[in-house]
Design a protein around this ligand. Structure first.
Ligand code: AGP
Length: 615
């Protein structure tokens, strides 16, 4: 989503801000801009362009002639107003320029009040309203810090601001509430401002995260003044920026997504090594999570998008093996339905970015009711990680492609570890041992599944010409069917739905004709779901659907015996615990290959953001 970079006291601010914005491209954006106070002219210069950073870079190089030591840059993901140059940030008058991440909820009232005072507005954004309020106060002689303090006290919503002032080229101001904002410092004591540590990784080696309500003044001479929400001086702890927080390269792959798909055997192995020891003598050593499983009789799992599907898989696991009831909900619904939380419930919040606004709000809701909040998160320095009681990192490494792949399988690996730990602590050591042994084979099975990419190219070619795809699954593969459909939608822009196969005849079957492609996730299983889904496949086939079946060797044998003549794609033998991870691989490949055929932007699909920091 939107990204912020701000610099003070750094030489060559223009190029450095552009470098910082390029690091933020992975978050998803539709326009970009920057503002600097030029040293020679003393003017506030603002440049913004719709589309890619390359457009901004081109224009910046032709426009900025003088040096500047303080500046701010922004990548915008449109919320209020179309993704045009006018609506791009920074918004500026001749006195001040401001960039913003977040949403100002009372902007309509504030806008009215500005119009009544004779201020004209040039964009449709909520952000310009804030900038105009600050500018109005500055024009009346109010000092920058006070102008920002007075303005933020009258806004409702979420924000991270970066602000430069024409009359104070030696300073930028940052302020945050709801949306993350960090301050960086390099070895020479030069300061920077960024929406995350990735933005700062090129020009800082330490980072400090601002807290809600903080306002920070950053000076070219390296001094830093932070005031907390009550206006008192505050210090925020510095921590080193790790190598994991800098953008990796594609290592020869055409897209980050493909690289990240192929990294999964090693990312899963890294996750497993951290959490589960090698089982021997009927015991398994497990990393202690700090969760009191013996005191837990309910689990609430909250997440969004792909992370939500990881939570749904865990519901099947925990209910079947640990007999603990699990409620799973999407964060945007959960946070507003003021649900009662079971007395002995543990809250689990799953997120790749750790910055998803709705998931964070749900965590705060459950934490305020006094429950233990656990986060499964890929960015251990994120806001969710800072606010949870227990942090279980996924060790997937920075995920750059907007479509989540390796973070998703790593989330499921952490959930499987939690199940194994819960069983051990709840006196079911034998089952815990058996499941640990079984799950520790999953990285090797994923490696085998990765060999199937070539075999899916023809199917992907067909899918790229289709209008609708229906993914069918049952049990633990029902969430994976939904994940497959989500991947297909976000990458190829083809309409796709994931359905519980048994539910198909309660509605979606009406859509089936020869134009409908159906992908059935159909491994042979001890639980008997294989035979059930085969019946559902027959129902779809009878109505002309183009069916493709993903199964294992035994499944293929049975399908051949039943003379169900559909293309079959073979995957390694799987259990309830390993199947969701193994069958995620073809879901990822099919979406990737279909998108490749359609020539779309695979790593940054239209309209999507990697880190969804607004609700
Ligand atoms: C995944 O491919 C999606 N881009 C999206 O659904 C994502 O999983 C969702 O926005 C949640 O993000 P989070 O894991 O960072 O909280």
């Amino acid at each position: 989503m939107c990204g912020i970079v701000g610099l003070v006291g750094h030489k060559d601010a223009v190029n450095k801000i552009i470098d910082g914005l390029k690091k933020l491209e992975y978050r998803g954006y539709d326009s970009a801009g920057m503002a600097l106070v030029e040293q020679n002219s003393g003017e506030l210069c603002v440049i913004k362009t719709a589309g890619k950073i390359a457009n901004l870079e081109h224009e910046a190089h032709s426009k900025y002639k003088g040096a500047a030591e303080a500046g701010i840059g922004h990548t915008r993901w449109a919320t209020h107003g179309k993704p045009t140059k006018e609506n791009a940030h920074p918004h500026a008058t001749e006195l001040v320029a401001l960039v913003h991440n977040g949403i100002i909820e009372n902007y309509a009232d504030l806008r009215k009040s500005l119009l009544a005072q004779g201020i004209s507005l040039n964009s449709n954004t909520d952000t310009e309203v804030v900038m105009q309020m600050i500018s109005l106060l500055l024009s009346k002689g109010v000092a920058p810090l006070e102008a920002v303090q007075r303005t933020v006290s009258s806004i409702r919503g979420t924000y991270a601001f970066g602000i430069v002032f024409k009359q104070h080229p030696e300073m930028i101001i940052g302020a945050r509430k709801g949306s993350p904002l960090a301050i960086g410092v390099n070895a020479d004591g030069k300061l920077s401002l960024g929406s995350d540590a990735v933005a700062l990784s090129g020009f800082a080696n330490q980072v400090a995260y601002l807290e809600d309500g903080d306002i920070a003044q950053l000076y070219t001479n390296g001094s830093l003044n932070i005031l907390d929400k009550d206006g008192n001086k505050a210090a925020r702890p510095w921590q080193p920026i790790s190598k994991d927080q800098s953008i990796p390269d594609k290592k020869g792959y055409e897209h980050f997504m493909l690289k990240e798909i192929f990294e999964q055997p090693s990312t899963i192995a890294d996750t497993l090594i951290h959490y589960i020891g090698r089982p021997s003598n009927k015991t398994v050593n497990i990393h202690p999570s700090g969760i009191s499983w013996d005191q837990t009789n309910h689990i609430t799992i909250i997440a969004c998008g792909t992370s939500y599907y990881a939570g749904l898989v865990a519901k099947y696991w925990f209910e079947k093996y640990a007999r603990i009831p699990v409620e799973v909900d999407v964060a945007s619904e959960y946070r507003y339905r003021t649900p009662p939380v079971h007395e002995k419930s543990v809250g689990i919040f799953i997120s790749q970015s750790g910055e998803t606004a709705d998931t964070l709000a749900a965590l705060r809701y459950i934490r305020n009711l006094g429950h233990t909040c656990v986060t499964i998160v890929n960015i251990p320095t994120s806001t969710l990680a800072r606010e949870a009681n227990v942090v279980l990192p996924t060790f997937a490494g920075l995920e750059i492609s907007v479509a989540s792949t390796k973070a998703f399988t790593a989330q499921m690996a952490v959930l499987a570890y939690m199940l194994i730990e819960a069983l051990k602590m709840r006196n079911d050591a034998d089952l815990s041992f058996e499941l640990a042994k079984e799950f520790l084979t999953v990285d090797a099975l994923i490696l085998n599944a990765l060999d199937t990419m070539q075999g899916l190219t023809q199917l992907a070619k067909k899918l790229s010409e289709t209008k609708d795809v229906l993914y069918l699954g049952r049990g633990v593969l029902y969430p994976i069917a939904m994940e497959g459909a989500l991947k297909m939608k976000e990458l190829s822009y083809i309409h796709a739905e994931g359905y519980a196969a048994g539910e198909m005849k309660h509605g979606p079957i009406a859509l089936i004709d020869k134009g409908m492609s159906v992908i059935a996730l159909c491994p042979y299983d001890k639980e008997g779901l294989f035979h059930k889904i085969v019946s559902n496949i027959c129902e779809a086939k009878a109505r002309g659907a183009q069916i493709s079946i993903l199964t294992c060797k035994k499944g293929r044998l049975l399908l051949e015996e039943a003379e169900l003549k559909c293309p079959i794609y073979l995957y390694p033998d799987a259990t309830q615990l390993t199947a969701p991870l193994i069958y995620s691989i073809p879901m990822q490949f099919l979406a990737y290959l279909t998108a490749l055929n359609r020539g779309v932007d695979i790593d940054q699909p239209r309209n999507l953001a990697k880190s969804v920091t607004v609700e």
